[in-house]
Design a protein around this ligand. Structure first.
Ligand code: HDE
Length: 696
């Protein structure tokens, strides 16, 4: 019988909540349950005398506080977790015995933790970084963890290089900076000496590494896994998560400013979406392929620095998940959740990808370090929600030792759990042989061809952003030889990119291409699926409009905008010179969510300036208001405005003849609706390309 506690959808914090409905009195107690009479003053000898050791409540309180911290994750320290539900709508019964992938309509509870990789727990959300996208499925056959990223490839091919990669990316050990960024010598030194990282570098320098929100990100299991069917036959599989809201990222200049305006931008976004009843959804897709495909594919399916283009093996959508349950307690759930790549269920197995094989050791090991006991599986967020019985016992913090006298098998008492050859986990019987050796396979040797394929699959604006990012990052490297070595790698990827970056770094001449282990291919075709812009949403759903208002602003225009954004299933925030809000033209007060200097335009997908004459005059001399407009314009955002706001444009440095199709006058009823419809592509990229052309 399943323990009813664990079968609840949200196991909560694992303890009695001490917050009773308001009005009900709760007496403060010690950990022993002893009621406390005074929680304001420690026990002292006399009125001004020393504190007495005898005060057990004081000592227990301080002692517990002193031990509140556990080691943060060595990577992916900053993260945000949410509950959800996965529902299967297409059975893979032909390929696997995993019920989570065969029982159509079955709802499986999940917990997902999003994260950045390099920054510490208190770093900011908009670092240029890979995002973790780790999912725990509480299936009827045990927990299945798919510990993925928002990028489908990785920096290295062998787990033995992981500590080096992470040491190089994290702050330098002597100075402990820079924090949460790769724009420094150590990182680019390691990368430029590690050609296998070049494909990943293209992704990390693309806008994928500065997502607008977790809600607009893809997720990837990265490695080739195996599905195993009832006959023991195996099919390879790569897992994909595709966001229903489409893909979207921010600009680098925007990311830098978001980190200052709201370092918690991504976690707040997810929390707000769930709280307002618009939880994000993803489709779960699979790329299925057999040994024959693996044999004829240009690259090795065990090499985690390679993708299988969707044009070659289409992604089949088999189900979807919604993330609609925020945690009750961050520490109990998000911090204590322990993902392990080794957590698979019958019907799902591993490939020989050397990165995956190494991960299968690392994750279990790291949880012991972090959570302090092999009993971390007893913590509600980690416990399976299906029946669970074995003879494992004791250890620190054991919460559920088996009952009775029998704790071994076989036994002649006729009790206790036993193995089951029919339903139990069976490893795929792969036939392996060969000498023991430390070797990198020849089939892993092509480091540039897919990097080039990624680059040529991008739209011009995305290619520009990759060039800009490389110039930015390498300009932070103090050693010129590291900069040049990187450009020599880029010469193997694409001549235009190498030229752009060389020019951006002010190199006198283009370095010779770095010697390549195998000749890079130039015949791989572009793949549509690799561009964010081509997979953009073309609608405002899930996006946020910032409406800047002043006293006397046209109430009808504000009402139209609010109605239009609601109709598009977007959200909005009112920004005003004062947090108390503004008195609109109809005499009614509208509440503000942000005061102008706290509500920078980088926090919104599009903005509207609904100003009165007097209001525009006042904001025209206000720096945050001018930044609001000039940033929105520079970040290619769509900007709606009422006539008096023209003054603010002008004072923000945007002359009348610079106003383009993305600047949208609100004159007639219905204009707000048309504005929201025009916002569908979210950014007017021509604006940025034009600025660059003018500057050249
Ligand atoms: Fe991880 N990784 N990783 N990683 N990883 C960890 O486990 C590791 C890799 C990923 O939200 C650690 O619990 C090695 C690839 C995510 O709790 C640690 C290697 C991918 C998370 C670890 C890799 C990932 C982690 C640190 C090279 C994408 C956060 C804390 C072989 C497919 C999970 C922890 C969460 C976390 C090791 C490479 C994704 C130390 C050795 C490739 C999403 O075990």
């Amino acid at each position: 019988m399943a323990d009813p506690f664990y079968s609840k959808r949200n196991p909560g914090t694992g303890g009695e909540t001490h917050q009773r409905p308001s009005g009900e009195e709760t007496v403060l107690t010690t950990q022993q349950g002893v009621p406390v009479a005074d929680d304001q003053n420690s026990l002292k000898l006399g009125e001004r005398g020393p504190t007495l050791l005898e005060d057990f409540h004081f000592r227990e309180k301080i002692f517990h506080f002193d031990h509140e911290r556990i080691p943060e994750r060595v990577v992916h320290a900053r993260g945000y977790g949410v509950h959800g539900t996965f529902t299967l709508n297409k059975s893979l019964a032909k390929y696997t015995t995993a019920q989570v992938l065969t029982e159509v309509g079955e709802a499986t509870p999940m917990f997902v933790r999003f994260s950045t990789v390099a920054g510490n727990k208190g770093s900011f959300d908009l670092a240029r970084d890979v995002r973790g996208f780790a999912a725990k499925f509480y299936t009827k056959q045990g927990n299945w963890d798919l510990v993925g990223n928002n990028i489908p490839v990785f920096f290295i091919q062998d787990a033995i290089k992981f500590p080096d990669l992470i040491h190089a990316a994290k702050p330098a050990p002597d100075r402990e900076f820079p924090q949460a960024q790769t724009a420094h010598d150590n990182f680019w030194d390691f990368i430029s000496l590690t050609p296998e990282s070049m494909h990943m570098i293209m992704w990390v320098m693309s806008d994928r590494a500065i997502p607008r929100s977790y809600r607009f990100m893809e997720g990837f299991g990265v490695h080739s896994f195996r599905l195993i069917n009832a006959k023991g036959a195996s099919t390879f599989v790569k897992f994909h998560f595709k966001p229903r809201l489409g893909l979207q990222s921010v600009l680098w200049n925007e990311a830098v400013k978001i980190n200052g305006s709201d370092p918690d931008f991504h976690r707040r976004d997810l929390w707000d979406a769930i709280e307002m009843g618009a939880p994000p959804e993803w489709d779960l897709g699979v790329q299925l392929f057999d040994e024959a495909f693996a044999e004829r594919f240009e690259f090795d399916i065990l090499d985690p620095t390679k993708i299988i283009p969707e044009e070659q093996v289409p992604v089949e959508i088999i189900g979807s998940f919604v993330l609609d349950g925020r945690v009750d307690n961050f520490f109990a759930e998000t911090e204590q959740v322990a993902f392990c790549t080794q957590n698979v269920v019958p019907g799902i197995g591993f490939s020989n990808d050397p990165l995956l094989q190494g991960r299968n050791f690392s994750y279990l090991d790291t949880q012991l370090k972090r959570l302090g006991s092999p009993n971390f599986t007893h913590i509600p967020i980690n416990a399976p929600r299906c029946p669970m019985h074995n003879h494992q016992q004791d250890g620190h913090m054991a919460m559920r030792n088996p009952r009775g006298r029998v704790n071994y098998e076989p036994n002649s008492w006729g009790v206790g759990p036993k193995e089951d050859p029919k339903t139990g986990y069976r490893h795929f019987a792969a036939a392996e042989n060969g000498p023991k050796q430390q070797i990198r396979p020849e089939s892993f040797a092509d480091h540039y061809s897919q990097a080039r394929q990624f680059f040529i699959s991008q739209t011009p604006i995305e290619q520009k952003h990759i060039g800009d990012a490389l110039v930015f990052e390498l300009s932070k490297c103090l050693r010129p030889d590291i900069r040049e070595r990187m450009v020599a790698h880029l010469a193997n990827i694409h001549p235009d990119l190498a030229q752009t970056v060389a020019k951006g770094l002010g190199l006198k001449k283009l370095p010779k291409a770095h010697p390549a282990a195998v000749e890079p291919r130039t015949d791989l075709p572009p793949s549509e699926a690799l561009s964010i812009v081509k997979r953009g949403p073309m609608r405002f759903e899930g996006r946020k409009l910032g409406i800047l208002v002043t006293d006397g602003a046209d109430a009808a225009v504000v009402a139209d905008l609010i109605a239009a954004v609601g109709a598009e299933r977007g959200s909005y925030e009112i920004i005003a010179p004062h947090i108390a809000g503004a008195r609109l033209s109809d005499g009614a007060m509208i509440e503000a969510r942000q005061k102008i200097d706290g509500g920078a335009s980088v926090l919104y997908d599009a903005v509207a300036l609904v100003l009165s004459e007097a209001g525009a005059g006042m904001l025209a001399i206000d720096k945050p208001a001018k930044d609001f407009v000039s940033d929105a314009f520079a970040h290619c955002k769509f900007i709606a405005y009422t006539k008096p706001a023209r003054l603010l444009f002008e004072k923000a440095g945007i002359a009348a003849d610079d106003m383009d199709a993305g600047c949208f006058p609100l004159v007639h009823k219905g204009d707000a609706k048309a504005f929201l419809a025009a916002c569908a592509p979210l950014r007017l990229w021509q604006r940025e390309l034009k600025v660059d052309l003018d500057a050249a």
